[in-house]
Design a protein around this ligand. Structure first.
Ligand SMILES: Cc1cc2nc3c(=O)[nH]c(=O)nc-3n(C[C@H](O)[C@H](O)[C@H](O)COP(=O)(O)O)c2cc1C
Ligand code: SF4
Length: 611
């Protein structure tokens, strides 16, 4: 289908009093730019230049800056998009559940091409990175707000009808939007929730220094991937002097959860929000902060109102606000900032840039956020699960927590299990649990491989299922994707390569170019044009990107390749046509049009083939 030039005026353009009210609500704060853009777009579907220009003027920013920010995030549109914007989650687990066929079906029924808007401006359909619903996929995101789980052919057909009838999304069948928690194994965090305020009271009773000591002695390590010692991070932040006359410290919760296959924070946010907010408030007490932020990924926008309701309840119960639980001088509150579809914003310094209303480009580190974070002030960034864990340490103490798990990996870990198993969902285990045990519990059969920690993590083959989840053995940020023997591990690695290329922020050349080169080589192998040479090049790219990229995204981008080439070599070798270099296209074939035009087919009109 040829691209269609469309002249549309955005429906219901936000202007006048509406725009004024929105800007006033955000205090005309340029640091709220991402939130303002998100809300304006929610109103008028896309962000035309004159809107960006108006915002630049109102916020005292340049148009170039505002355009630079708007163009960075995938959920912002600077060109018209459909009145209905449909994004199909494109993790490998969605594909295993048939998402590609459903995408084709949806596009055919709506008469639209993937990535394009229909000529009448009614609808656009595209793929998105993992939406964090792998336990109930294939998943679909509508208008960057509503999520449809368990997509199937009937739902696709009905969606097409509803769109043609221009039925508002709010009137679509409610059961489509049902997101279930799927908790199959609970331990400390999921199984013993505390009443709101109990952990906070325990923390206040200890005093901030004793609390900090307790968190340090518990040896709690961050649950977001890197595994830095939480108590040490808090202590460094507490000790940092501050860099502006305000001398404010900040508590940030990383609820970006962009790693494909990870959805445990989704469940904590929807069912254990009190625990999260309480953990953040305890952190505020420990480091001397007055303000906290939750950075909620754009794909979890549907959780915003429920989370705000919990915050409000906590304010009314004096668990947030001024003089919390009657403690004079302890003032703390929490805001929620919604992301706009950029995986790199999970990297803590990129997250802070985004919180400040900028492009989510990772900062050069050091200095680290604990000294120079949000608005250049000392800031801690921790994962959702880390804050939840803190509430239990505040109540039961360091020794109790350290008694669970292994010496270097204390406490429990929550896993998001998906893929080829009978019971996908959430499983919490003490650290030190065997991979095989998790496979048994989730009903996995004939398992070929498990990807632990998402594409950035490790791929384990059957002979490694005796290994244990722990920082000293198999570390994880939470994803646990299961692949049985029917799966092609080359295609798994290729999906991950596409993910990294799609999500590279483009700031540094080794990652921007490297991730694209990896995809090209994988495509070449997939097309049956590969050679041993291509596999060697992939190894070289892995080495280069591990050492030369600016942030962890580029560094991890080749992990799945390295693991699958080493452990599932036949999946690659069956695609190799020769041991030597094979070009990705045939020069002789390229000349066929010229031959047709000149009516020639003699030997001289062909390229000589050297044996
Ligand atoms: C590309 C990239 C994406 C990341 N995404 C997340 C994320 O979604 N959630 C998270 O908690 N940490 C993520 N991290 C790790 C954070 O940078 C940071 O280490 C973490 O939030 C610290 O919290 P913790 O100490 O509680 O683990 C990511 C790191 C990188 C390099
Ligand atoms: S490694 Fe990739 S994601 Fe990270 S800064 Fe460089 S280009 Fe951006």
């Amino acid at each position: 289908m040829a691209p269609v030039k469309i002249e549309t005026t955005p429906p219901d353009r936000l202007q006048g009093d509406g725009m004024e009210a929105l800007l006033r609500r955000h205090g005309r704060n340029p640091h709220a730019l991402v939130q303002i853009l998100r809300e304006v777009q929610a109103h008028q579907t896309w962000l035309p230049r004159d809107t960006l220009s108006l915002l630049a003027h109102e916020l005292g920013l340049t148009l170039a800056h505002v355009e630079g920010v708007a163009s960075f995030y995938r959920f912002f549109h600077m060109q018209p998009v459909g009145e209905y914007r449909l994004l199909l989650s494109d993790n490998i687990t969605d594909r295993m559940l048939g998402s590609e066929a459903l995408l084709a079906d949806l596009c055919q029924q709506l008469r639209v091409e993937p990535g394009r808007m229909r000529a009448d401006g009614r609808v656009s359909v595209a793929r998105s990175s993992c939406t964090g619903l792998c336990d109930q996929g294939p998943a679909l995101l509508v208008n960057h707000h509503h999520v449809i789980t368990r997509l199937d052919a009937q739902r696709v057909a009905r969606i097409a009808e509803l769109i043609e009838a221009r039925t508002p999304v709010a009137a679509w069948p409610a059961e489509w939007f049902e997101v279930v928690d799927n908790i199959h194994r609970a331990d400390v965090l999921l199984g013993t929730p505390q009443a709101p305020g109990v952990a906070l009271a325990a923390a206040l009773a200890r005093g901030w220094q004793a609390l900090l000591d307790e968190v340090k002695q518990s040896n709690l390590r961050g649950r977001g991937g890197a595994g830095y010692q939480t108590g040490r991070k808090w202590e460094l932040c507490r000790e940092a002097p501050g860099n502006t006359p305000d001398n404010t410290h900040y508590v940030v919760c990383n609820a970006d959860e962009g790693e494909p296959g990870t959805f445990k924070d989704r469940v904590l946010l929807s069912r254990y929000a009190d625990s999260l907010f309480e953990g953040m408030t305890i952190a505020g007490f420990a480091i001397g902060a007055r303000q906290g932020f939750v950075y909620l990924r754009g794909e979890y926008r549907y959780l915003l109102e429920p989370l705000q309701a919990v915050l409000q309840r906590r304010r009314e119960a004096n668990l947030l606000g001024a003089a919390i639980q009657g403690r004079e001088g302890f003032d703390f509150d929490i805001d929620i900032h919604v992301g706009a579809g950029a995986y790199v914003c999970g990297e803590e310094s990129a997250l802070i840039e985004s919180l400040e209303g900028k492009r989510g480009t990772p900062r050069i580190r050091p200095p680290y956020p604990v000294e120079h974070g949000y608005l250049d002030e000392p800031t801690i960034v921790n994962n959702v699960e880390t804050y939840c864990a803190v509430t239990h340490i505040a109540v039961h103490g360091a020794a109790w927590w350290a008694g669970i798990g292994t010496p270097k990996s204390t406490g429990t870990k929550i896993h998001s299990v998906s893929g080829d198993c009978e019971r996908p969902g959430i499983y919490e285990y003490p650290y030190g649990t065997r991979i095989g045990r998790i496979l048994e519990d989730c009903g996995a059969r004939d398992t070929q491989a498990v990807q632990v920690g998402g594409p950035s993590g490790v791929c384990l083959s059957a002979f490694e299922f005796g290994r244990r989840i722990a920082f000293e053995d198999v570390p994880t940020a939470g994803a646990f994707m299961v692949f049985d023997r029917s799966r092609d591990m080359f295609e798994v690695a290729r999906n991950f390569a596409q993910f990294f290329a799609h999500e590279s922020c483009g700031f540094c050349t080794p990652c921007r170019v490297g991730t694209a080169l990896v995809v090209k080589r994988m495509d070449k192998l997939a097309a049956g044009q590969g050679s041993r040479h291509d596999v060697d090049v992939l190894f070289e790219l892995d080495k280069l990107m591990h050492t030369a990229t600016h942030c962890g995204l580029g560094g991890a981008a080749c992990n799945p390749l390295r693991d699958t080439i080493a452990k599932f070599r036949p999946a690659y070798e069956q695609r190799l046509t020769s041991l030597y270099f094979e070009p990705a296209f045939s020069l002789d074939a390229e000349l066929s049009i010229a031959r047709q035009m000149t009516g020639r087919d003699d030997p001289a009109s062909h390229l000589e083939i050297v044996e």
